[in-house]
Design a protein around this ligand. Sequence first.
Ligand code: IPE
Ligand code: IPE
Ligand code: MG
Length: 246
Amino acid sequence: MGSGAKPSAAVPRHIGIIMDGNGRWATRRKLRRTLGHTRGIEAAKRIVREAIAQKIEYLSLYAFSTENWRRTEEEVSFILALVAKNLRSQYSFYRENNVCVRHSGNLEGLPCQVRDEIHRVTEETRANTAITVNLAVNYGGRDEIVRAANRALQSRQASCDTPPTQDDLLLTEETIQSHLDLPDLPDPDLIIRTGGHRRLSNFLIWESAYAELYFSNRFWPEWTGKDLRKAIHDFGSRKRNFGGTG
Ligand code: IPE
Ligand code: IPE
Ligand code: MG
């Protein structure tokens, strides 16, 4: 480093985004909430492009939560159909931008059309290397932890020839971690929530134990590359301790 040069600020390896505010963006314009979701897809594409430009390795996008089933049937089916349609129609976007798509969440609860598209696109984009985009669809942090714990217990029992002792059956952080939906992903360094609310709404509960949090009042359909750059810049000024001394 030349004299006078500042050390470059830390860049998050993994960013998670709670893409909130689609409905309010639309209703404030006297439009249907569903149009807000459609515009939200455009925002997601802008942000994936910017994340690649900023050399972010992993981007987790919260698209539909395990609690979002509480919405009207019309809105739920609209969102799920939009997800399925875009997984299919955005294939050239993934190819041109070299995006590897992964999924986290409970596949079993999803309509088979959505499940099929998720399987297809994750398979077809597997070898892409510019960024890994984790789409959280029918995702809930608590649901993920419970499924991980159950898978950990089942694999323990299956691997025991002799009856397991009490100690064999004890779970550790490592066994739960290794049975999460995407155990190979590093924990998110930065969680962004758009749309003005300051809560996690069951997003990456286990993984965000030490994430930095960033809240923006702008609704998701309004988000541009500039907003992401601002969040990354803010992250660069934070001092992380991970429980150690500062
Ligand atoms: C986030 O936007 C998208 C989903 C939850 C699918 P909302 O639909 O929650 O928008 P607001 O919060 O009602 O404005
Ligand atoms: C979180 O937003 C879920 C997604 C962005 C997919 P919500 O709008 O569902 O969160 P709450 O209900 O306001 O906490
Ligand atoms: Mg919301």
